[in-house]
Write a protein that binds this ligand. Sequence first.
Ligand code: KG4
Ligand code: ZN
Length: 503
Amino acid sequence: MSAAAIRLAQEADLDNIMTLEHECFATDAWSRGNMHLELMAHHTTYAVIYEGERLIAYAGLSKVPGSDQSDIQTIAVAPAARGRGLGKALMLHLIAEARKQHANDMFLEVRADNPVAQALYLGLGFEHIDTRKNYYQPDGIDAWVMRLQFAKASVGREPIVLGIESSCDETGVGIVRGNTLLANVISSSMDEHARFGGVVPEIAARAHLEALQPTLREALRQANLSLQDIDAIAVTNGPGLGGALMVGIGAAKALAVSLNKPIYAVNHLVGHVGVDILERGKLETPTIALLVSGGHTSLLLVRDLLTDVELLGETIDDAAGEAFDKVARVLGLKYPGGPEIDRAAASGNPKAIRFPRGLTQPKDMQKHRYDFSFSGLKTAVARWVEVAEAKGEPFSVANVAASFREAVVDVLVTKAVNACVAHGVPRLLLGGGVVANARLREVAEQRCAEHGIELRIPAFNLCTDNGAMIATLGAQLIMAGRQPSSLNFGSESTLPVTTVQSL
Ligand code: KG4
Ligand code: ZN
């Protein structure tokens, strides 16, 4: 639908508008009398979109002469016509109209439970500036008050960046505008790996190929944008599984070339750190970051997101999530093992069995102070179960799970907190799928509080692998004035954290 199909409303549209009003706002529709007054008022501009004889969308603007403020009074799109960009077209029309009438900014209210509409307005440059409690009656839903400042929107506009992530088993496409999240869609091939008990690289790569297009489409739909609205593409080029990475890189390059947009090849691990910007508006530095997933276990010291990320330590064998997956298998639990062990451990005694804490002996403090090792722990659990079974002694899976979980969590949190203390950094940021672990959160909260360390745990769908974190890192690079990557970069399975962007 093009903007050309939009026209100004007339009195004769009133019947159709009221029909659509009732269709869209069952419980709080305006009365016909009120709508008539609105439509005819001198300070309002109503715009309508018809499809044949049928009215399918309308919206109204109020701009009092002499005031520099404008307000969106209402906007409605017929349920059957949603997802086609009609709301956005109407908004752009009314924004242009308000500017013509010399407004400086535009206000609107949107239901707090309507993320699709919020994404539309955020994408247009509106900011959420206030919340009105119980605004929408009779349901008692809060209203977000949003404001678009025209001057701000036209000068130094924040870039809209589309990020693609495919380093492991999640296909992620995210869209941000500067520091603001517009869409975050994740498709996981986890189920396809279940019968193998771990991620199979070939299966992951193939799954990315199948998931990319629908994931991309859904992200654009969520953000209410078309590909032409995107200013730049960002993509993970490492570290991760070579074949899996290549699928995302191929797609990103194809998009960049066909849309003639710049491309930024970025570091997956640094992406996990930068994602905090989406919730806080900025990254507080310095910060220690503990990234724990099925693919990595890394402890970072971040002094500056784009220029100074140091790897303090990482796993020398299994990743933390991998340890959960392998031990779950030993205990006859399903894949992925993390949630299963978490559940089983809830009723167990964490002190029942003292399992080894890898690389925590005094002798390890020289070379491996901040490194991790989970393979000895995994073997210890397997041995313990074997011995119990050989003796024919019944044992409590809950106790084994709780004791194992305690050992992993203890090491992770101890090393992270030690790093904070040793480097005088009063902040710890967590990332990766293992962050879902209930005990990890609990112990991290406790120990951080004891040491006066501020703990940051982003929302779970920003912790697991996702495209929004990649888009965010791309946007930060653009806003810092960095040049795009050339089209020559490839997948780098072992990309070091010091390389934030591959040129
Ligand atoms: O970040 P993520 O989704 O992506 C990959 O690494 O692919 O992490 C998945 C990992 C799996 O190993 C899974 O077992 C682990 O995170 N995980 C957990 C929990 N939920 C997921 N580990 C411990 N406790 C959990 N509740
Ligand atoms: Zn990751």
